[in-house]
Design a protein around this ligand. Sequence first.
Ligand code: F6P
Length: 389
Amino acid sequence: MAAATELSLVSADSDEPVARRTTARIRRIALNTGGGDAPGLNAVIRAVVLTALNRGWECVGIRDGYNGLLMPEEYPQGGLITLTAETVQGITHLGGTILGTTNRGNPIRYPTQDEHGHMIEVDRSDELVAAIHREGIDALVAIGGDGSLAIAHALAEKGVRVVGVPKTIDNDLEETVVTFGFETAVAFATECVDRLHSTADAHRRVMVVEVMGRYAGWIALHCGVAGSADVILLPEIPYDMDRVVAKIRAREASGRRFSIVVVAEGARPRGGSLSIVEREIGRADRLGGVGEKVGHQIQELSGKETRTVVLGHLLRGGTPIPFDRLLSLRFGAAAVRALDEGYSDIMVALDPPVVRYVPLDRVAQRTKVVQLDCDTVRTARELGICLGD
Ligand code: F6P
């Protein structure tokens, strides 16, 4: 009974395409984790495995995204891991993923060397679908962010029965109120912002904190407001350095001799561009360096001594907070329920208090950015936080 009230299905009166359903029996499912890791991945894996085993299904994990199926020769112990109740024992609270992950393994844009030694992108999705069938895999639970869910949707289009689970610390996926991993990242970032207050105050410095967030500034906004930052720079609002410096000077004039500036890695100056440190075939551009740039400019323009801290991958590591553990366990169980109910080409999504199913094509290749009129942005402005505009 509880399950029925906890889980509502794709709205029957929506205009959206009806989710795919099938009655084919499931005997064996595969799970994979793709893209950057996020706290809660192992909790999802545990919930999927236990929920599937309860239904008498076998579970296997694909190593490193889809590489376990695309390059089995690279894995002396096999590209697939048999997942049992024992394999997933005691992993709910662990960061990382027991399956491994990669952000260089997109089967549709697989990085491959051509005959001249140049790296090119090759579509290996048909090969992957063949491998899925060859391994007797009846359905797939794909745990990942925008890229991984776009791949999941493409596989569904090719006839694979697949359910997606939304993962990313960046919280930039549409159709779910929150992704798992985000709140853990925000909790840690907020603690760091808190800690920086006392040292900034002691030295009367400006402390710049760079956090992850490629195209969406959710982490920066939430940890910045919760941690009482003075300036928050988001990818959604190209910043004007004069505004930032004016805020720091105003604080100085009112006797507040230190300032805290939170910068999302995807923030950019008005009329300027993203800080990209590396480009590589078959993967997203690697961002970095905006915190240093902002720090230097602040020091130069305001005369205030400035230090920069980059939180980077610290935000992805470590143990998920209880909110993310519970969300991950709910997502994992709901993914298996969805498969059992015959759904495919959907993602499980949080729409409090329920977990819903949404068609994957409403999520794939879209980005949930911070809306500039949302309550948290308005709150930040009302608290006097400078957003760089
Ligand atoms: O998971 C998304 C993300 O956290 C982005 O914010 C960041 O740009 C990216 O991962 C970095 O990933 P990696 O260093 O693993 O390539």
